[in-house]
Design a protein around this ligand. Structure first.
Ligand code: FAD
Length: 328
């Protein structure tokens, strides 16, 4: 029996989340030789975007294009995913471990009565289904989970955990339309509005570079240093819970166990001690740079590069150098 994978390709306003391409690349690797990759594209006026998914690895795109999908709720999206799952006969359904993916996945698991593995950082095929690796106990340990029973298996994949493939315009594929029949049950929860967060133009979970600030900044006014470095590096701004609790920055910037989980290529922790709850949200980052005046701060245990120093001296130098690099 072949091994087909269905990917929920998250997009907003026709712009795909990076995690959609990451999941497609993983799906291609998993289906190598004996399976097909299908992507679900649900939105309003997004038909032309199907080609992007094919160039990134989809063989078939299940297209649900309807005004009802301008701001769809997760109940409707989980029903569409269920219909796509039934028609594609996929063994594995991959969704991004984003706010939306995490909302759809358990609903889909309940609809299909199949298991869901959340926040996977690795997925591989196993003798009976799949196995997936994820971090547990606030990031202190890793667990490998294996599925039992019949497919499909549902997995939410942590953004940044698997590299996306470059687009290949020579790839060909087909598009299958999925009609969006209205069902009053889908309207039990509606998305009324989507608000762009003030200041943050780069999605924290999607960012390749994250610069985070903690209590070492001493006050909210000094977050400008974090913003300046993030801007100069083309990254997003993160924060520890301590500063969020103090009201120095909005909760949506919080990285950690009770904030968002990030896995960027580069994570710069400034004036952050490295409590396990913070590490839980960033320890799988590619390269971790820590700036802390205390040489014994726990963050240095997981840092690839550590700068023991006063961030008020170190950050202006880094900002200047990063700006020079950008300009050259
Ligand atoms: P601190 O621990 O106070 O560290 C500040 C650091 O700044 C120190 O290491 C200090 O040496 C350094 N410093 C001071 N001055 C300077 C200077 N001039 N230059 C350089 N360095 C300097 N935390 C999270 O971050 N995310 C979470 O999601 C989260 N969830 C939690 C959930 C629970 C249930 C609980 C109990 C806690 C959670 N926490 C979380 C809180 C966590 O335990 C820590 O309290 C918090 O991460 C500490 O934030 P901090 O590192 O900014 O502050």
């Amino acid at each position: 029996m072949g091994f087909d994978v269905l990917v929920f390709a998250e997009q907003r306003g026709g712009v795909f989340k990076k995690s959609a391409f990451e999941a497609l690349a993983l799906a291609r690797a998993l289906t190598k030789g004996d399976g097909a990759v299908t992507a679900i594209l649900a939105g309003n006026g997004v038909e032309a975007k199907a080609a992007d998914l094919i160039s990134r690895g989809a063989d078939t795109v299940v297209l649900a294009d309807d005004p009802a999908l301008e701001r769809p709720g997760s109940i409707l999206l989980s029903r569409l995913a269920q219909e796509a799952a039934s028609s594609s006969k996929a063994s594995l359904i991959l969704l991004p471990a984003t706010a939306l993916g995490r909302d759809i996945a358990p609903r889909l698991a309940a609809r299909l009565d199949r298991p869901w593995i959340a926040e996977a950082i690795e997925v591989s095929r196993a003798e009976h289904g799949i196995s997936a690796r994820k971090s547990i106990v606030g990031g202190k340990a890793f667990a490998t989970l294996a599925t039992v029973g019949d497919p499909p298996y549902i997995v939410t994949l942590r953004p940044g955990a698997h590299p996306a493939a470059d687009p290949d315009p020579s790839r060909s594929g087909s598009t299958v339309k999925l009609s969006v029949a209205s069902d009053p049950l889908d309207l039990r929860a509606k998305v009324i509005d989507l608000l762009q967060s003030a200041g943050q133009t780069i999605d924290l979970q999607e960012a390749e570079i994250v610069v985070s600030g903690g209590r070492g900044l001493k006050g909210p006014e000094n977050f400008s240093l974090i913003r300046d470095l993030a801007d100069a590096l083309g990254g997003a701004v993160g924060a520890s819970r301590a500063v969020v609790d103090k009201g120095w920055i909005d909760h949506q910037h919080q990285v950690g166990q009770t904030g968002v989980t990030v896995s960027p290529k580069l994570y710069v922790a400034c004036g952050i001690s490295g409590a396990i709850q913070h590490l839980a949200g960033m320890r799988t980052s590619g390269c971790i740079v820590a700036i802390n005046s205390d040489a014994d701060a726990p963050i240095f245990k997981i840092a690839d590069f550590g700068i023991v120093g006063d961030l008020f001296e170190v950050l202006p130098i880094m900002i200047e150098e990063a700006r020079k690099m950008r300009a050259s």
